[in-house]
Design a protein around this ligand. Sequence first.
Ligand SMILES: [Fe+2]
Ligand SMILES: [Fe+2]
Length: 238
Amino acid sequence: MTATLNPEMTVGAFVAERPARSRVFEKLGIDYCCGGKKPLAEVCARRNLRVEDVLQLIEAADAGPEEPAVQPARMTLAELCDHIEQTHHALLRRELPRLAAMIEKVLNAHGQSYPWIQALQQVFHGLADELFSHMMKEEQILFPLVRKLEAGDPSAAPMIAAEHGPIHCMEAEHDSAGDALARMSELTAVYTPPQGACNTFRAMLDGLRELELDLHQHIHKENNILFPRAQEQARALV
Ligand SMILES: [Fe+2]
Ligand SMILES: [Fe+2]
């Protein structure tokens, strides 16, 4: 099976082909969403990982049970926009306020013993503000353009094909979200609860870890599947 796994393929393409592979990359700390455009071989070389070992882990993931029903690479662009709004955007609208309240509570109770919670709150608020405005732009500008394009309306093509258009802007905002996630992971020692941490403390860290996982999947679907496919269709029309 290894013969079919090409290390020159990008990490984003690996996950687009089989979503279960994202677990291997999450475990190894390999960025497959914002950094998804780099070939696996290059990523491994930079991280001092043996590419053969990583390919073996991917092979093992491929041999596992088939993926659940969600196969973004097989969706139409309109289906993919709907899916992203209904799952990932809905999760953010639900989780961001809940986590903000939890962080506030933990900061009030334990901020003196753990000064890093203050910094965590700052990074989290910056990320949450950015994400709310980011989702609005996708839902009100970019996704409607993508749906129009797929429905055969060529007037949507120039904006989507533009090198510095809305897609470029969304990708830059994804990079910024990725930086905030990395900073939160660093501040919390990869979401590890301190010894004797209370339940809210643990639930906050657990919720932040879930948020990170979901945002990685979310950004991956946009950066590595939705955007390149929309750009390809648009560029064929301009
Ligand atoms: Fe999104
Ligand atoms: Fe996005």
